[in-house]
Design a protein around this ligand. Structure first.
Ligand SMILES: Cc1ncc(COP(=O)(O)O)c(C=O)c1O
Length: 431
């Protein structure tokens, strides 16, 4: 199986986190997002222990909550002792309402509005990760008016191509994010940050991409960042306390994806960081990582009910389900790959079909060419695996379709974490 929280029992029923998927569908309906809370906690602990072993106490793990953001999840990562990466006022408010310690919150985004920045400071966000020159001046003005000094990191672009999906490849020089080192814009930003009142430059940040499997991508970006740190240090005497190397470790959506040992990756990253710092006679800064996907992706599964099966002889087959690009836009966005499983194991023959949603778009495909039991019929359940990251958070109400609920599974028990939207919810803003 793709992940050890997925299995079929003796009677052929699909279990997720030890719970029968059919029972969950009967209780909550479909489409349904499931989240294995025990797996989320295990993933958090895996990061904490790997960082502890690799970086001698001077490190921090931030959960990048763009991957999935609602109170139950934010409370879970808070309990596990992680810090938090947020990108909007909505994510900040979720953190506040979840009781997250706001001094451990880092606020990103390439276009924070004045309203966002004021809100962030009012809510006590610990660190703002500044992305643009105009933001530096604006933040300085807002912090000064509040007679505060705001901790910041500067987001730099190290010029690394991760060769992941283009839409999530963010570390190249021509990225919309951050200050490019290569063009000299990073130097300008640092000089300005050091000269402005109301802000305290704590260090540098970079994030080169997401769903990254490349062998030495993180090591290369750490090396670029550290050499640049040294160059600035030599020139200005400024050495940052913090180096945030972003998120991005890849996860397995299909059996073809490589198995990544994140502890091994972190150990290798730490070796590079220590070696480069030793060569430059520089203290190792506090190292931050901000994983999103690898904390929650394999904790998720989505259940759907088949609505109809359409066979076009000589052409192709379609299995339509009661969700689609509204709860999972990732195939439409990037051509993302998935593992799809029937909720009841079938030994009978199989046929290939496109698993499609219910939206009025030909592109509303969850996964093309899925091998499913030949006898698949309306009312059957199918499960899409590895949907814990960038699914609920990317869901929409296209075609006025309500978002499904999120159910947490812990120790064989289920609990509603986010209720599903109703049709009335969809109309609540219409005047
Ligand atoms: C700045 C930043 N940090 C962290 C992440 C999390 O990346 P991932 O979910 O791949 O770990 C992202 C995702 O795009 C990001 O943009």
């Amino acid at each position: 199986m793709l992940s050890d929280n997925i299995r079929y029992d003796e009677s052929g029923d699909l279990l997720f986190a030890g719970v029968r998927t059919k029972d969950l569908a009967d209780k909550y309906g479909t489409p349904l997002y499931l989240m294995d809370e025990d797996r989320i906690r295990a993933n958090c602990r895996m990061y904490l222990s790997a960082m502890g072993a690799a970086f001698d106490g001077n490190w921090e793990i931030l959960y990048a909550c763009k991957a999935a953001c609602y109170k139950a999840l934010i409370q879970t990562v808070a309990e596990e002792g992680l810090s938090l990466d947020v990108v909007s006022s909505g994510e900040i408010l979720t953190a506040v309402r979840a009781g997250f310690p706001m001094d451990r919150v880092y606020f990103h985004s390439n276009n924070k509005t004045e309203k966002d920045l004021v809100f962030a400071l009012e809510q006590g966000v610990g660190t703002v990760v500044v992305d643009q020159l105009s933001e530096l001046a604006l933040l300085s003005r807002i912090a000064e008016a509040r007679s505060e000094d705001q901790d910041i990191l500067l987001r730099l672009t190290p010029g690394i191509d991760t060769h992941t999906y283009e839409a999530i490849n963010t570390g190249k020089v021509d990225s919309k994010f951050g200050f490019a080192i290569e063009t000299g814009q990073a130097v300008d930003a640092i000089e300005l940050a050091l000269s402005l009142p109301g802000i305290r430059l704590k260090g540098y940040h970079c994030h080169v991409g997401s769903q990254v499997f490349g062998e030495d991508v993180f090591e290369r970006s750490a090396e670029v960042m550290l050499r640049f740190t040294d160059e600035i240090g030599q020139r200005t005497g400024y050495y940052p306390e913090i180096l945030d190397l972003g998120g991005g470790y890849g996860v397995r959506y299909t059996e073809d994806d490589p198995e990544v040992s994140i502890p091994d990756k972190i150990a290798s990253l730490a070796r590079t960081v220590r070696a480069v710092c030793a060569e430059l006679s520089m203290d190792v800064p506090r190292i931050l990582l901000e994983p999103g996907r690898s904390i929650v992706a394999d904790a998720g599964m989505t259940l759907y009910t088949v609505g109809n099966v359409k066979r076009i002889p000589g052409y192709k087959n379609y299995v339509s389900v009661d969700g689609g690009m509204t709860d999972n836009p990732r195939y439409a966005l990037y051509g993302a790959k998935y593992t799809v499983l029937p909720a009841v194991l079938s030994m009978k023959s199989r046929f290939d079909a496109d698993l499609v949603g219910r939206c009025c778009e030909s592109g509303d495909i969850i996964q093309p060419n899925v091998s499913l039991p030949e006898e698949m019929k309306p009312g059957d359940l199918v499960a899409v695996c590895t949907t814990g990251a960038y699914h609920y958070s990317m869901a929409s109400n296209y075609n006025r379709i309500p978002r499904p609920p999120v159910v947490f599974l812990h120790d064989g028990q289920d609990r509603l974490a986010v209720r599903g939207e109703t049709l009335e919810d969809l109309l609540q803003y219409d005047l």
